[in-house]
Design a protein around this ligand. Structure first.
Ligand code: DX5
Ligand code: ZN
Length: 213
């Protein structure tokens, strides 16, 4: 069964309670944290995790698209993130960063931008709970999936299988009804979907349909 982590980035943030209620059948709530430096956009601070936890029972995965993630990890952990995903491009000390996430009691995810090669995470696979392969250039919802990422998913699946690791593969950006099956067949376990869910006239039904693909 695929795990689904809807992103609320493109939801109606003016009515957060209603937007969060629409995805109550999902497995995770994907929170896109952007600092305006690592990516050309700015979104939610740690207090937003507190607010979401008051209106949703979904576990929150905080996707930190930020420089200096070592500063932010404790803040997002303290406010109640269940999983924290940092970008491989934002630190020279990735092993220490993953250890820091785990010491904060959260599941540890590592995200790779489209151009970042898989070999930089080879020695982290044994300690990672999840690898997030960006299927768009990070910063905005509603973009088109980069098709060259399909072989990257397959290569990562082979790396994980040959090493006997339990690390999950998540994709993020541009997932739609045309490409979702291809992504799952390539080896994806967790899907982030924002526009697909929130632009659907029946988001709850879209979530059930996507989970059962
Ligand atoms: C982009 C974010 C994604 C995005 C997904 O930087 O990391 O989570 O919100 O958006 P869709 O599913 O709309 O492409
Ligand atoms: Zn994201």
């Amino acid at each position: 069964m695929i795990e689904l982590a809807p992103s609320i980035l493109n939801s109606n943030l003016a009515n957060l309670e209603e937007s969060v209620a629409k995805i109550c059948k999902a497995d995770w709530l994907h929170l896109d944290i952007m600092d305006g430096h690592f990516v050309p956009n700015m979104t939610f601070g740690p207090m937003f995790v507190t607010a979401i936890r008051q209106i949703s029972t979904l576990p929150i995965e905080s996707h930190l698209m930020v420089d200096k993630p070592e500063f932010f990890i404790p803040l997002y952990a303290k406010e109640g993130s269940s999983r924290i995903i940092v970008h491989a491009e934002t630190s020279n000390h990735l092993h220490r960063l993953i250890q820091q996430i785990k010491e904060c009691g959260c599941q540890a995810g590592l995200a790779l931008n489209p151009a970042t090669p898989l070999h930089c995470i080879e020695y982290l696979l044994p300690i990672l709970d999840l690898v997030l392969l960006m299927t768009v250039n990070p910063g905005f919802g509603g973009q088109k999936l980069i098709p060259e990422m399909i072989p990257k998913i397959k290569s990562l699946r082979e790396m994980i299988q040959s090493g006997g690791y339990s690390c999950k593969i998540e994709v993020d950006g541009g997932v739609n009804w045309e490409n979702a099956r291809t992504l799952i067949d390539a080896g994806v376990n967790v899907i982030v979907a924002g526009t697909l869910i929130y632009h659907d006239p029946h988001p709850e039904a879209a979530i059930v349909r996507l989970k059962n693909l």
